[in-house]
Design a protein around this ligand. Structure first.
Ligand code: HPA
Length: 251
């Protein structure tokens, strides 16, 4: 079953038929919100709003372990994570959709593993390729079929938030090779890897990252939300096509 994690601007999927709400408890505590399970196109899907439907959970307070555990518990076999980001690379302008192939983790103080030592075993998962190639390819071919522009590849730099970055931080991240900046990509991606769940990120560029916009010096939340609302239409079209795919991978 495909699981979709909705980020800022994507709080529910009205397209899903016969939706059932699931309250899942996990050994790691409560997920951000109840899950929703239903049918979209040819597939059964699960959905969770990462920040909750009323957007009350900030990035650094999200219980990423509970969210990923709950999705697996409810039957997820793979995850597409929708995430609002700032664009750093020149082609990552507001409104553009990107499927990154790498990430750099700048977060701190987050519960970032299921393998915590205690009664769990010590484990070091391979994370050379943080995103699942097959799922990324499925997103690419879905976008092609509906003629939706999609940038394939890029480096997601994950900051802690909730504040936005300084211009110097973005400058440094650009030199590190980041093409996108967001606040929720980690530890979400590695937790999915630890549970063996293929995971891909569908990033929606909401704004030019700090210091990069020519027209204004600051990043405004209003502008971010306006762009996101507009782009979610494209996200929904892409996810709808992914769910229609006759050769649904791995379920
Ligand atoms: N920085 C970090 N996270 C974000 C941004 C940004 O500029 N835009 C949307 N999420």
């Amino acid at each position: 079953m495909l699981a979709i994690i909705g980020g800022s601007g994507l709080y529910k999927l009205d397209e899903v038929r016969q939706p059932v709400r699931l309250a899942v408890e996990t050994p790691w505590g409560a997920p951000s919100d109840t899950l929703s399970r239903g049918v979209w196109g040819t597939r059964e899907v699960l959905f969770i709003a990462r920040h909750a439907q009323d957007h009350r959970v900030p990035p650094h307070r999200i219980n990423y372990r509970a969210n990923i555990w709950a999705l697996r518990e409810a039957g997820a076999s793979e995850i597409v994570a929708v995430a609002a980001v700032g664009g750093i690379a020149p082609d990552c302008s507001p409104g553009v959709l990107v499927v990154p192939d790498q990430l750099i983790d700048y977060t701190s103080g987050r519960e970032a593993t299921f393998f915590d030592g205690a009664e769990n075993k010590v484990a070091h998962v391979d994370f050379t390729e943080p995103y699942d190639a097959e799922l990324r390819a499925a997103l690419a071919s879905s976008a092609r079929r509906i003629g939706l522009p999609l940038i394939m590849g890029g480096v997601y730099g994950c900051t802690n938030g909730p504040r936005l970055e300084t211009a110097a931080e973005i400058n440094r991240m650009g030199r590190d090779g980041c093409t996108l900046v967001g606040m929720t990509g980690m530890p979400e991606a590695v937790l999915a890897r630890e549970l063996g769940l293929p995971y891909a990120c569908l990033a929606v560029v909401a704004n030019a990252a700090a210091g990069l916009a020519s027209s204004s010096e600051s990043v405004s939340m209003d502008a971010i939300m306006t762009t996101l609302t507009r782009s979610m239409n494209d996200v929904r079209r892409l996810l709808a096509e992914l769910c229609e795919a006759a050769t649904a991978p791995r379920d």
